[in-house]
Design a protein around this ligand. Structure first.
Ligand code: DAH
Length: 402
């Protein structure tokens, strides 16, 4: 409120000053507009002559004043000064000039008053619609001849690119693509994947767990998933066999970072379930996928391994893509590089799936699963020796993949 009153006073004072200034250069002898006016201390002086010429001059002076105010004042100050409810100049003009006019002059004062009022309204309208004042526009003017800001065109991150390439190989074989939550329950991450509570196999996949969940049953406690395998179960719970799906995603482990390990990395999981799926299907599928990813000269071999959720399980090795299998530093002179895990889905896993989808009856169906690390494959494909490069956000590194 106080600010409003202050503004009003300032506006009135401003007007009185400029009126006085105008008066000064129209000073004696008695020829100008203001000779016809009784100058008082008030904002709008009284009119003494009501002939057309006198009225034209008096109103023209106000119109000029309004126009110059419109470019000097901001909209609110202008509004206050000209149409303010109590001391707005239009009200003053109406009181002092229009109402005080003798009967014969009422019409001509009224017409001119209407024109002035319309002008003031238009100025307010323009100023509100047009936004900032001339001064403000000038202050923020820019030199459009200067060169602009160059925006870098984005490109796929090498991890995303590799993940998409892997997915595309399987999509071409008729696999669909799925995703699952990164914050997972103990049940999906471990228990239904056949890592019972307390089982030592859990120790190989330590991770961050959400704090303060002691009162929940173990199976419901939340953790950052250590692998994409839980999405196998989420998929089977949603749909009966047959299933062919690949699941790309981010995973977390309590692994010390070194040149080839990172506590956050990515995997692509695969699951195929149907009648009569055999280990030969698994071998054929992965052999094809490795050739599609690394070139048709690549050979694969399967070594016995262990995963709780597959039986039998295997590690897949590919012939060294750097030396063609002759033996080099990269393959530690063996000619082979270990790349992914796989196996035939353990009947115990089907048992968990059958709780929601009875069609997963291990006597009727069989399947294989596999899981591969995306960083490892990207490092081999692009000859990268430090896994940390993927996450450092260094444009000199990332720019090479554009
Ligand atoms: N989940 C395993 C891991 O993170 C990878 C894996 C191995 C997935 C064998 C599978 C599989 O589906 O059959 O180490």
């Amino acid at each position: 409120m106080r600010l409003g009153a202050g503004l009003l006073l300032a506006a009135i004072r401003g007007f009185a000053n400029s009126w006085a200034r105008a008066n000064a250069h129209a000073a004696a002898p008695c020829s100008g507009l203001f000779c016809c006016l009784h100058m008082t201390n008030e904002a709008i002086p009284k009119l003494t002559a009501f002939d057309d010429a006198a009225l034209d001059k008096a109103f023209a002076a106000l119109e000029d004043e309004a126009r110059s105010d419109a470019s000097a004042l901001d909209v609110e100050a202008f509004r206050l000064k000209w149409v303010g409810r109590k001391q707005g100049l239009l009200n003053e003009v109406s009181d002092r000039w229009l109402k005080a006019a003798p009967g014969a002059a009422k019409k001509s004062v009224g017409q001119r008053f209407k024109v002035l009022k319309e002008l003031v309204e238009t100025l307010i309208e323009n100023a509100s619609g047009a936004g900032p004042s001339d001064a403000a526009l000038k202050a923020e003017a820019i030199d459009i001849t200067l060169p602009g800001t160059r925006r870098l065109i984005g490109a796929e991150h090498p991890i995303t690119r590799t993940m998409n390439e892997i997915v595309a190989v399987f999509a071409a074989l008729g696999y669909s693509v799925g995703v699952g939550p990164e914050v997972e329950t103990d049940y999906y991450n471990f228990e239904c994947m056949n890592f019972p509570p307390g089982h030592p196999a859990r120790d190989t996949q330590d991770t961050l767990v959400v704090a303060g969940q002691e009162r929940r049953p173990l199976r419901d406690r939340l953790l950052l998933r250590t692998h994409t395998s839980p999405v196998q179960m989420r998929t089977m719970e949603q749909q009966p066999p047959p299933v062919r799906i690949v699941i790309p995603g981010k995973v977390h482990r309590n692994d010390a970072a070194d040149a080839t390990h990172s506590p956050i990395f990515h995997q692509v999981e695969g699951l195929c379930v149907d009648r009569n799926i055999t280990f030969s299907d698994l071998k054929g599928t992965l052999d094809h996928a490795m050739k599609a990813l690394f070139g048709s000269a690549v050979k694969t071999r399967f070594f016995p391994s262990f995963f709780p959720f597959t039986e039998p399980s295997a590690d897949v090795q590919i012939s060294c893509i750097f030396c063609g299998g002759k033996g080099c530093r990269k393959c530690k002179q063996s000619g082979w590089i270990e790349l992914l895990g796989c196996g035939m889905v353990d009947p115990a896993v089907f048992g968990f799936a059958a709780e929601k989808q009875p069609a997963y009856d291990a006597k009727q169906i069989s399947g294989f699963a596999f899981g591969m690390g995306v960083e490892r494959i990207a490092m081999m494909k692009y000859g990268i020796s430090e896994i940390g490069q993927f996450f450092a956000g260094d444009m000199r590194f990332l720019g090479q993949f554009v």
